[in-house]
Ligand binder design. Structure first.
Ligand SMILES: NC(=O)CC[C@H](N)C(=O)O
Length: 229
């Protein structure tokens, strides 16, 4: 299974994502610059955190126009796995690949600490290695993580089971304590907490590891035993 880690000017969690794949899964992974126009070689695209384009205008508002983003949309349509973490989540909402928007934290402060998340949906390709309603520890680091959507969208998210993670203690004002969501098909997930920073007990938690092992398992399930290395 081949992973791409997108790199925008100002990404700063790209190396963490790369290492998480390399060390947790040992699968091939490449950095892919934001000007790339071909993602056909990749099975999973990670859109990492950071401050792409300096967060100018609004987090993710400029990145959504990067050349690589039309390839990300194509990959999403093809059913490939796409995970946007923090700034990556912001970019995916700005690009319209996930509904809603990320607003300033209600505290107006950058929040950087561990959070306890509840796994609200363990049936996405990214979450099957968790149990339903399991509580896991994953850190956050953001100034604009306050998930917002209108009531109609929220009702749809609930009906389709698209709320993937919720906070046990809401750090940013997100509607319904939402920490992560998926698209209707489940192959695109966006979340504010950073699973790639929770892949080793030395980092304080290894709960994030299971997002990576889940993705690999999902891919192997759909690509047959021949894909097991
Ligand atoms: N760690 C991140 O990806 C930060 C995201 C974004 N720059 C914010 O502050 O909200």
């Amino acid at each position: 299974m081949k992973f791409a880690v997108l790199v925008f000017p100002g990404s700063n969690c790209d190396i963490d994502c790369y290492k998480a794949v390399e060390e947790t899964l040992g699968e091939p992974v490449d950095y892919v610059w934001h000007t790339a126009t071909d993602l056909s070689a990749y099975d999973c695209i990670l859109v990492p955190g950071g401050f792409s384009y300096g967060d100018y205008l609004r987090c993710g508002a400029i990145s959504r126009f990067a050349p690589v983003m039309s390839e990300v949309a194509k990959a999403a349509e093809q059913g490939k796995y796409i995970l946007g973490i923090c700034n990556g989540f912001q970019i995916l909402t700005e690009a319209g690949l996930l509904p809603g928007a990320l607003l300033r934290n209600t505290s107006m402060k950058f929040r950087c600490h561990d959070t306890v998340l509840k796994v609200a949906n363990n049936r996405t390709p990214f979450t099957t290695d968790f149990s339903e309603n399991e509580e896991i520890v994953i850190p956050i680091a953001h100034g604009e993580g306050n998930y917002y959507c209108d009531e109609e969208t929220l009702a749809r998210l609930q009906e389709n089971n698209q709320i993937v993670f919720t906070y046990s203690s809401n750090p940013n004002g997100s509607v319904l304590d939402i920490a992560g969501i998926c698209n209707e098909r489940g192959n695109v997930v966006g979340m504010m907490p950073h699973p790639e920073r929770a892949v080793n007990s030395l980092l304080g938690s290894e709960d994030g590891k299971r997002m990576f092992t889940s993705i690999l398992k999902a891919w192997r399930d759909t690509h047959g035993a021949a894909s097991v290395r």
